[in-house]
Every structure is written in C-alpha cells, then in structure tokens.
Design a protein around this ligand. Structure first.
Ligand SMILES: NC(=O)c1ccc[n+]([C@@H]2O[C@H](COP(=O)([O-])OP(=O)(O)OC[C@H]3O[C@@H](n4cnc5c(N)ncnc54)[C@H](O)[C@@H]3O)[C@@H](O)[C@H]2O)c1
Length: 402
C-alpha cells in the first residue's frame, strides 16, 4: 500500500509525546516517517530512538527538503514557528498538520491561508476534538437540522498548572516571544483552546466552518507572574446567533476533565466524563438520546486522518478557515480586554510544588458556569463589571496588550 510520507517539525516538548504516540501505532498506518526536523534535535529524549529506527533527523528544514520530499508536514514546533514553518512546508509541496493555535496573529493566519491556496495543499490545525467522529457526526446532525438553532454553548476547563508550564520555553504566557514575535499566549490561546474552538466549530454553518464571535465581554485574571492571563471567563455572541460562555483557568491546584454543554433549540449536546464517561451525547427535546461516542481522541489520530485525506484527495474538517476564529478571539481580547490581578489575599504560593494558585477559584468557576454568568457579575475578586465590545468588523491584531 502506498504510504503518505511525513516529516515532523519539532521533536522536543509536545513533539516528543506526539512522536512517541505516533510510533506506537506504527507500522500499520497510512503514513511513514520520512524524517524529523528540530534545531535542538539532540536535546530531544527521542533523538536516539529515531536514529535507531533509521528516521533521519535534521536541524533545519532546508537540509531536510534538499534530500527528501514529504506529503505531510506535521508542525509540533514552538508557536512562533507555526506560520514560518507552514509557509516553508507549503512551498516544498507538503500538506500541513499544524498544532494549535494556528498562529499568534490573524495576519499570520491569513498569510498561511493565502499560501495554502496558492500551493493547492491543505493546512489542518490540530484541534483534535473537532476531528473526532463523535463531533463530526453530531455536527452532521446539526447541519441536517436535527438540533435546531444553536442557542447557548457553555464550556469549562479547570486545568491546574505549575511553574514548569509557564517557564518551559521562550514564548509561553508571553505577549511577545524573546525575539519580539507576537504570540499572545495564555490559558485560552493554548492549554484550553480546544474548548473554545470546539464550541465555535460545533455551531459552524458548514462541516468545515466555525462560527465567529461578533461581540464579547470577559473577565481576564492572572495569579501567576506572567504577561497575559491564567484565568478567563468569556461571554461571546457569535454570527450564528448563539452565546458562548467559556470558563477556563490554570490557577488551581487540581485538574478536572473539560465539560461541554451545548444548548440548541431541540437538543442539548453534552460531554461530562465524570458523569457519562468519554461519550458525546445529545439529549433530544422529545426525550430520545443519541450517543455519538468517544469525544477526546489522542492528538496523533489527526495525523492518520490527514494521511487518509491525502490518499483520498479530501480536506480535513478543521482547517485554517475554521481555526481562524480562535486566533481572532485571542487577538480581540488582547486589543480590547483588560487583565486584572487576583487580590493578593486570594493567591497561594506553594514553594514545594512550585505552584501559584487561587484556592476556591474552581468552585467559583463552577458556580458561575451553573448560573451562566461572569465572575464579575457576582462581584468576585473586586472585578469591575465587564462591558460588551462589538468586534463584528474586527479584522486583525492592532497591537493592544491586554
Ligand atoms: N494538541 C495538544 O494537545 C497540545 C499539547 C501541548 C502542546 N501543543 C502545541 O504543540 C506546540 C509545541 O509546544 P511545546 O510546549 O512543545 O513547545 P516548545 O517551544 O517547548 O518546544 C517545541 C520544540 O520545537 C522545536 N522548534 C522550535 N522551532 C522550530 C523550528 N523552526 N523547526 C523545528 N522545530 C522547532 C524546539 O526546539 C522544541 O524542541 C505548540 O504549538 C503547542 O501549542 C499541543
């Protein structure tokens, strides 16, 4: 069987885990690794294993492409590399599967879109939950009119992180990386981006489209000494006429699985692992229930889907156009929203665990989730009432810094 030739950009950090997972499913897949690229390749824990497997490792893309060709470039490199490496891979004729978020700015996403069109190749963004058959089948039912109009979509992700997360590289939780590139990295840009993207994707007007926020109000907070925010409650209106309420934080000392609650006119689509296991379920107004199945596939599954898309000459469902709305939201927050510090009396520093958290925050987020309101609506953390901002004409990052 013909196999799709894959090159992976970035084999440290997340790229290392990605490679390990991908190799574990090898060799009975539609793809075969042609090589790996990382300027710091020798520091990767997987470097020796790749050499043992005979997978060539290069320190630059130019060196790789001078000797090889790849049908698919998987970009698990640092966020500031997403746009330049995508452009480079496209220019060498590769399709691209790029990690989320697509890029730091809308301007970069648009450059990537233009380059993909010119090259006649696809760029898929690895919001892996959007590609899950459960999500795709539920979305097909929505598009067929089964659920009715989207009304209110709530998402929650309480996902505790310690210092090793914020200070692991040169771009995490920064506005600009150390080279001055705009990254606007935050809890919503990265760790919990899947949740926002999924909510927007599941109300998109086509299978490969996502709804776009047209107005928002938000509480953005930080407990950690970072440039952006580690806690966000966002209330957004979308061009699909729905409300998205998003509750995400890293400033807790525990993690719970994300919870999704999507209300449509005639159905409620829900995911809550603690209650129903790993199953996306539609509770229909007429009392019937539809089980869509596994909602959280591992990230490498998207690579298999992309390989199949290349073989079958189809397009992955969550490409740059659908993922653009996530970057648009992150950019608009930077331009129009304000980040508050948690009051010092609410912050706890644990030197042994190297973690800065806000005890009780998780419970307050759950309460606000249940009551469909912001932290500021309840007067928590001395927050000023959040005001609505119209972003229906927003077209790109203006240089705001929260
Ligand atoms: N899908 C998920 O669930 C998930 C989880 C974690 C991280 N991620 C994403 O994966 C990406 C990498 O995250 P990270 O925390 O490992 O980042 P990182 O910056 O800590 O490490 C990335 C690796 O990329 C390499 N790299 C940098 N520039 C490169 C280039 N031009 N070409 C090739 N390699 C290059 C670095 O040397 C490093 O080994 C980010 O986009 C992140 O958002 C996704």
């Amino acid at each position: 069987m013909q196999k799709v030739k894959v090159v992976q950009f970035g084999i440290g950090g997340w790229g290392w885990h990605f490679f390990e997972n991908a190799l574990a499913t090898w060799p009975d897949s539609d793809y075969a690794y042609e090589g790996a690229i990382d300027p710091n390749a020798r520091q990767s824990p997987i470097y020796d294993k790749l050499l043992q497997l005979g997978i060539p490792v290069y320190e630059s893309p130019e060196a790789f492409y001078s000797e090889h060709q790849a049908d698919l470039a998987v970009i698990t490199a640092s966020l500031p590399a997403h746009c330049p490496m995508t452009l480079l891979a496209l220019s060498h004729g590769s399709n691209v599967l790029c990690e989320k978020p697509a890029a730091g700015t809308l301007h970069d996403v648009d450059l990537m879109l233009e380059a993909a069109q010119k090259a006649g190749r696809f760029v898929a963004i690895n919001f892996n939950r959007c590609y899950a058959p459960a999500s795709v089948n539920a979305k097909r039912d929505f598009l067929a009119g089964k659920f009715g109009r989207p009304k209110r979509f709530r998402i929650r992700s309480i996902c505790g992180r310690d210092d090793s997360y914020y200070f692991r590289n040169y771009w995490s939780s920064r506005i600009l990386d150390i080279n001055g590139e705009v990254v606007l990295d935050s809890v919503l840009c990265n760790g919990t981006s899947h949740e926002l993207q999924h909510a927007l994707f599941m109300q998109g007007a086509r299978l490969d489209a996502a709804a776009c926020p047209v107005a928002f109000r938000a509480d953005l907070l930080r407990a950690n000494p970072i440039e952006t925010f580690d806690t966000c409650v966002l209330d957004a209106r979308t061009d699909a006429g729905a409300e998205v309420l998003c509750y995400v934080t890293h400033a807790t000392d525990y993690t719970e699985f994300p919870v999704y609650d999507y209300e449509y006119e005639n159905a409620c689509l829900r995911y809550n692992r603690g209650v129903w296991g790993d199953d996306l379920i539609a509770f229909m107004k007429d009392g019937s229930v539809i089980h869509y199945g596994e909602a959280f596939p591992d990230g490498t599954r998207t690579m298999k889907l992309c390989a199949r898309a290349i073989l079958n000459k189809t397009q992955p469902v969550c490409g740059l156009k659908a993922s653009r709305v996530h970057v648009l939201t992150i950019n608009a927050l930077a331009d129009y929203a304000h980040v508050s510090g948690f009051p010092a009396c609410d912050i706890k520093r644990d030197e042994a665990k190297k973690a800065t958290t806000v005890p009780g925050l998780g419970e307050k987020m759950v309460q606000c989730y249940d009551d469909c309101c912001l932290l500021s609506d309840k007067g928590y953390y001395a927050l000023k009432p959040a005001e609505w901002t119209d972003i229906s004409a927003y077209s790109g990052y203006l240089g705001g810094r929260f």
